[in-house]
Design a protein around this ligand. Structure first.
Ligand code: PFF
Length: 473
């Protein structure tokens, strides 16, 4: 393949690939355990509100930047406004780091498919899981298998690889998901779990819950990392961005809710704890499956579906970095894919060993390697990427040009444009600053003052734009 930029074969192919990036371990592994830990319905309510307030808006913004910039995450920002490519670099770095630990968890999923195919888990699920992840070579090999499969798909390019794989895997994922949900909600006493998951207890909504939900919105929608910029750059100019930016969060949220309905009712039905955390699908679910008739079959279906979801996400994580190397260093796609995959493979080793031989190696503030990368990406790089994205759209990119890009040069009606702009320019910046500031330890009164200062700066910058003759919102 030459260095020519790829293009999606169809709009639906693009939506499925972008939804494939969004739908992943974040929905099936993280969302149910975060909901379980953060008060069930309270967390779900805050999460849904944030998807509506920010998710759609930022999805649209990222896609517009990609389609206008027509390059990788770095190049797209730079093509629109020289010097701003650094925002994309943050995203590319985030993808690189996330991929190096994401692939480890995807490897565990692969292992669990094998377990259920060969007759189910024997022994205590807690010990089994902790022994396996600490076992050194074996989990590393599983993660390398995921790396190789992902690389094989990305090697084939945008339409032939990513789009084709997403078109096959995403519909299967939906069908499998429904099978598991039907099984879970029809178990005895499932209603207790359904209620826990869907009925919000408002007293459980705390600042911590809001922060956890906001982080999860970004992670789950693959926002702030240049994924939607990169995928958007392969879009033809007549695609209706607003429609796509609507469908992707809807699909992603639907799968997250279905995942909650697949897991939590079953957990309650078998009298287990919903607050188990990251081990929920590796420890609690196998217990559920072993107590169910045909549990192994459901185990295979469930873990296969998680693997498909994870693969369509690893593809996007790799593509963001490969696209950067291809576009900026004019490297052949094959070489770029191999190079990046080898580097990720090297980084995956300490990530995997963080549960075994390197568990006690504290890299930073008592965190091991895996926890440290998770902290840096979730708490710093993602919100920073989101914050700069909002600043770029709200204050750097010319407002009329933004409108032109989103409305296909005025062909599509977007009466909510001003509301959208206010959301990105003011609310987005405030919320993301809040996450970022508290992640670096700013709290209480200092936090309030910092947010107020930012607000004053926002207003001043807005007025300055007005004086320069740029129409503000
Ligand atoms: N959105 C994916 C998930 O929910 O699993 C994870 C992810 C993919 C995060 C791609 C970031 C990214 F760039």
């Amino acid at each position: 393949m030459s260095n020519e930029r790829g293009k999606w074969g169809s709009s639906i192919g693009f939506v499925l690939a972008a939804a494939g990036s969004a739908i992943g371990l974040g929905n099936l592994w993280k969302f149910p355990y975060l909901a379980g830990k953060n008060g069930g319905g309270a967390f779900v309510l805050v999460y849904l509100s944030l998807i509506v307030i920010l998710g759609f808006s930022l999805m649209l913004g990222e896609m517009a930047i990609g389609r206008r910039g027509k390059s990788d995450a770095y190049g797209s920002y730079n093509n629109i406004k020289k010097g701003w490519g650094v925002i994309g670099v943050l995203g590319i770095l985030a993808c690189f780091l996330i991929y190096s630990y994401y692939v480890v968890i995807a490897g565990w999923i692969l292992k669990y498919i094998g377990i259920f195919v060969t007759g189910g888990l024997s022994g205590d699920p807690v010990n089994y899981f902790s022994d396996f992840i600490a076992s050194g070579t074996s989990p590393i090999i599983y993660s390398f298998v995921v790396l190789v499969v992902t690389a094989a798909i990305v090697l084939k390019g945008v339409a032939g690889g990513i789009e084709k794989a997403s078109k096959i895997m995403m519909p299967i994922l939906f069908v499998f998901m429904l099978v598991i949900v039907v099984r879970s909600v029809t178990l005895p006493n499932a209603s207790v779990g359904i209620k826990y998951f869907l009925k919000p207890d408002f007293s459980l909504i705390t600042p911590q819950v809001v922060i956890a939900a906001l982080g999860q919105v970004f992670f789950s929608l693959s926002l702030g990392m240049g994924v939607m910029v990169t995928y958007g750059s392969y879009l033809p100019s007549d695609t209706k961005l607003i429609k796509s930016a609507f469908y992707i969060p809807v699909l992603d949220t639907a799968i997250a809710l279905l995942a909650g309905l697949a897991i939590l009712p079953a957990v309650f039905s078998f009298g287990l704890e919903p607050t188990a955390g990251p081990g929920l699908i590796f420890i609690t679910l196998p217990k559920v499956f072993s107590a169910m008739p045909f549990g192994n079959i459901f185990g295979i279906i469930f873990f296969l579906l998680v693997l498909f979801a994870a693969l369509t996400s690893t593809i996007s994580l790799l593509e963001v970095v490969v696209s950067f190397v291809v576009d900026q260093f004019k490297m052949d796609r094959k070489k770029a894919t191999l190079l990046v995959s080898v580097l990720i493979g090297i980084l995956a080793i300490p990530n995997s060993n963080s549960f075994g031989s390197m568990a006690d190696v504290k890299v930073f503030f008592g965190m091991n390697f895996f926890d440290f990368l998770g902290y840096v990406t979730d708490n710093l790089l993602l919100p920073a990427g989101g914050l700069f994205l909002c600043i770029f759209i709200g204050f750097v990119w010319n407002r009329d040009e933004v409108k032109k890009e989103i409305t296909n040069d005025g062909e599509i009606e977007f009466p909510m444009f001003s509301v959208w702009m206010i959301g990105v320019k003011y609310l987005g910046i405030q919320l993301l600053s809040l996450i970022l500031l508290q992640a670096v330890g700013v709290q209480n009164t200092a936090l309030v003052y910092a947010l107020l200062t930012i607000f004053v700066v926002q207003i001043l910058c807005g007025r300055l734009e007005g004086k320069r003759g740029v129409k503000t919102v």
